[in-house]
Design a binder for this molecule. Structure first.
Ligand SMILES: C[S@@+](CC[C@H](N)C(=O)[O-])C[C@H]1O[C@@H](n2cnc3c(N)ncnc32)[C@H](O)[C@@H]1O
Length: 492
């Protein structure tokens, strides 16, 4: 299946969009900053009004972004030299009498490059999506894109590529990309997206999970899978044909066979909190024996009722809500699911030895992009493992450039007395934590010029304390500060 005859037609279509000024800035200026949200909510009136003047940009926005019919004459003019009939032949648009209506959306996205993506149109209010509906760029798409560890020159695999957005983001830093999807319509959509952007290092394949790449290994594997835990198997983009969280567990357990040593696998994942079981232990079990280190950044844990409502609202018409909601809740009860966790899994394949597992709750508003910070956490874990216990005292450390100290003080004893000290990261995962004055002084002195042992001695002398006692109390804290990127090895 193909939407366009080939890359040449895609290039000509893209030239029309560019010629009319249909880039992210042009779209936002003409339709306003809430254009995409308006389309998602089916609120077309503001968008139709904003495009009433009728120039080529208005026509193309109405056609490909707003999703309302335009006249055949306007379409011919705005799309020239691409014949409307050629777009209709592949199913990009339909000709209905004197009108042309787009069957898919083609829209610019906010990205490091001038990219457009093609995806299925948001169904009109009350209409359910088709089973093979190809979704557009969602918050979860952007969350994964922003958290991807991007090492130059890697070979990348994007599983469940959908509209091709992850493959698109991977194309500039990858030597080559394979993008695959179980849904043939998604594979065709991803091909269209990539061709519209003139990307030529991505190969699109169709198939289940890792089947299309049997025997192949990559430096980076990414997946935004249908992770939603529910009894539904209706939508390819949302529902896994596997019970509870088995799809994500299978991804985690299958990925290492397709990773080169040192390569990363990243996926968004959901996991069940089962009554009577420790969710961390259950999740840790996914990674046992995989030969990988694993970091799970936990975004949230929702109660089943909120989880069901959040997802059903996106696809179900109000009159289908109740039976579906009851079915989802009965499923959760049957499987003794008390809560549903959501987060980002990052694994790194080890050359040997036992892997470690960490699950860390992250701030809701961490800064994107943060892939470099996530990648660095694995290297910092290596450093900490090589400097266990007192060995860390011999290391030279420096404060990470994004770290600040916040202090809160109250008046007392004739001056300000500090009641709370917090070290904060202003970039990446934006962690923060309380610390005492002695550790704050040690961190401030870490400028990479001398070993930590010398700093511990200086701080002990300045407060008249025993150097051994200061080191004993501070070293475990310093270990954690290095592990979480507040302090870095001087040479890093
Ligand atoms: C949530 S969408 C993600 C789309 C896109 N990668 C993104 O980040 O926005 C999940 C995609 O996984 C695909 N998918 C579902 N089950 C799959 C399977 N077993 N193997 C491969 N792809 C699958 C769906 O067709 C859909 O395109």
């Amino acid at each position: 299946m193909r939407f366009l005859e080939g890359p040449a037609t895609a290039r000509r279509l893209r030239a029309c969009l560019d010629g009319a000024g249909l880039d992210f800035a042009g779209m936002t200026e003409r339709l306003g900053p809430h254009a995409v949200a308006h389309v998602a909510a089916g609120e077309l009136a503001p968008l139709v009004r904003a495009t009433r003047a009728g120039d080529a940009l208005d026509t193309l926005l109405r056609l490909f972004v707003v999703g309302v019919p335009v006249s055949l004459g306007d379409a011919r003019q705005a799309l020239a030299p691409v014949p409307v009939e050629e777009l209709a032949a592949g199913g990009v648009v339909g000709i209905e009498g004197d009108d042309v209506v787009a069957h898919i959306t083609v829209r610019p996205i906010e990205a490091p490059a001038a990219w457009v993506v093609a995806h299925d149109r948001t169904p009109r209010a009350g209409a359910p999506p088709a089973a093979d509906h190809v979704i557009g760029v969602s918050t979860s798409s952007m969350a994964l894109a922003g958290a991807t560890v991007r090492r130059p020159g890697v070979s990348t695999l994007d599983i469940g590529t959908g509209c091709g957005v992850q493959a698109l983001f991977a194309s500039p830093h990858s030597q080559r990309v394979v993008a695959s999807d179980l849904n043939p319509r998604a594979a065709a959509m991803a091909t269209l997206t990539l061709e519209l952007n003139g990307v030529d290092n991505v190969e699109v394949r169709t198939g289940d999970m890792f089947d299309p790449v049997a025997g192949e290994a990559f430096g980076l594997v990414i997946a935004n899978p249908p992770f939603v835990i529910s009894p539904s198997e209706r939508y390819l983009f949302r529902d896994a044909a596997a019970p509870v969280d088995e799809l994500c567990r299978t991804l985690v357990r299958s990925a290492p066979a397709h990773l080169m040593d040192g390569g990363h696998f990243q996926c968004l994942a959901s996991w069940a909190h089962i009554a009577g079981e420790d969710w961390r232990e259950r999740l840790a079990g996914w990674f046992e024996g995989t030969g990988c280190d694993a970091l799970v950044l936990v975004r949230e844990a929702l109660d089943p009722a909120t989880h069901a409502a959040n997802w059903l609202r996106q696809t179900e018409a109000p009159d289908r809500w109740e039976p579906e909601y009851d079915r989802w809740m009965a499923y959760y009860e049957h499987h003794r699911i008390e809560a549903i966790g959501l987060g980002l899994v990052t694994m790194r394949r080890r050359a040997g030895g036992e892997g470690w597992f960490r699950a860390e709750e992250v701030a809701q508003d961490f800064c994107m992009p943060c892939g470099d910070h996530i990648g660095a956490m694995f290297e910092l874990a290596d450093f900490v493992a090589a400097h266990e216990g007192e060995a860390l005292a011999a290391a030279r450390l420096r404060v990470a450039p994004d770290v600040v100290l916040d202090e809160r003080a109250r008046p007392g004893d004739g001056g300000w007395s500090v009641t709370d000290r917090r070290l904060r990261q202003t970039a990446g995962l934006c962690r923060e934590g309380a610390l005492d004055g002695a550790v704050a002084a040690i961190v401030a002195a870490c400028d990479g010029s001398r070993p930590l042992a010398a700093i511990l001695g200086e701080v002990a002398r300045s407060v008249g304390a025993d150097p051994g006692a200061v080191a004993g109390a501070a070293l475990p804290v310093i270990h954690r500060l290095v592990e979480s990127g507040f302090l870095l090895p001087a040479e890093a």
